[in-house]
Ligand binder design. Sequence first.
Ligand code: ATP
Length: 248
Amino acid sequence: MDESALPEDHPRYESLVTRHRIEAGVDRGITSRQGLIAQGRGEAFDYLLGEETIPTADRAARAGVARLLAADHPVVSVNGNVAALAPGETVELADAVSAALEVNLFNRTDERMEAIEEHLREHGAADVKGLTADGRIPGLDHERATVDADGIGAADAVLVPLEDGDRAEALAAMGKVVVAIDLNPGSRTARVADVPIVDNVVRALPAMTAHARELAGADDGELERIAAAFDPDEALAAAERAIREGEF
Ligand code: ATP
């Protein structure tokens, strides 16, 4: 079924679109079957959050952008779910914060790496890292440790939308600033991130681009103030409250 055939007046239209994009991603060899499971987990949390961006998530998005803009070598990490859900939005954000794009897969195969690289190029990416694979993240097994030495290897700040907890922890242990988008405020990724954005990537990525455009002229002092004013523990607690207190 084509995305345009989905009923726009359906009360959960956005959720249907998201689900459909992941299915199409699997069919095209971009998203892994495990990605379907991650999607299901994400949908459950999004449902509990009312399928909208809570105010603290938007403040986190702004703080995350401030950290990326202040970095010398920011990198946006792209996996099969993100590539399927929001390829154009990912490329736009990377441009807006002058970050490199790097494909980084939990279940790495050459075919999927290449399919995602091509998909990102079709959505406007000029340069896509990840295929050189000449760097390692210490503390992870070979396949999951593989990165580009001049990409995530050299990054001082990494945006990880939907990252697995082990790798987020390993990136933080390398001293990198970790900005994570994850709908589960209790996930290890959210807990280890310097800036956890508890929101759906389909909403968070364009919101971050809008913040980046607004902050384009900000000096280092202002970026530092925005980043320092953000408290990750408070943001996670607010997301948990929103989940507990939501009415459905
Ligand atoms: P961790 O290893 O961090 O404790 P996990 O084992 O649940 O977490 P995975 O299953 O690898 O991690 O990743 C799925 C994570 O991504 C889940 O936390 C899920 O809520 C989140 N997720 C899935 N889809 C989306 C989405 N569209 N936007 C944001 N987050 C999402």
